[in-house]
Design a protein around this ligand. Structure first.
Ligand code: SME
Length: 176
């Protein structure tokens, strides 16, 4: 890598699988020697944004990629992200994020208007995927949240790679 920003460049015509493979590789490289969660999650949010936005539709309709952190007081509190200003806190069990956090299971929502309790931080968002980040000890530390401006923005390929990314992130950071 010549410049750090080069990690955000994805070649024209890459498949979704290739883009996610690059995200995983770049993340691993960036986390090498760096365990600060703010630093690592900030760069990961950027990697996800640029990877997905370099793909054909529907992935290039992604309008928010980031993290909510587990918080004793709030349930979830906004972490590093790429996109527009978002809801600051989410109670466990509320919305797509709180549902995934409470169950520690990925939640993929084809159409957010059909998800009871969906929290609309941005009315432009139409589909969403939330992947919990859980340590080896089984502790929820954060969630990955990605929104898309069209319905059905995410499939099993997104889920598979985001779950791999969540596992990598979980073991690569010191959590608050
Ligand atoms: N839609 C989410 C809230 C977070 S924003 O999408 C960034 C939810 O229902 O939990």
């Amino acid at each position: 890598m010549v410049h750090h920003a080069d990690a955000s460049n994805f070649e024209d015509g890459v498949t979704k699988e290739e883009a996610y493979e690059q995200v995983l590789l770049q993340a691993e490289g960036l986390f090498d020697g760096q365990r600060n969660w703010v630093c690592n999650l900030a760069n990961t949010a950027s990697l996800l944004w640029h990877a997905l936005n370099s793909l054909p539709a529907p992935s290039n309709e992604v309008n928010w990629s980031g993290f909510y952190m587990a918080d004793r007081k709030e349930g979830l509190i906004l972490g590093p992200f790429h996109g527009k200003v978002a809801c600051q806190t989410i109670a466990l069990g509320r919305g797509v994020c709180g549902t995934a956090a409470a169950s520690k299971k990925t939640v993929r929502v084809e159409d957010v208007n059909q998800f009871p309790g969906h929290i609309a931080c941005d009315s432009a968002s139409r589909s969403e995927i939330v992947v919990p980040i859980v340590t080896d000890e089984g502790k929820l530390v954060a969630i990955i949240d990605i929104d898309c401006a069209v319905v059905n923005g995410f499939d099993e390929v997104d889920q598979k790679y985001l779950e791999q990314l969540a596992a990598l992130v979980a073991k690569s950071c010191d959590w608050p």
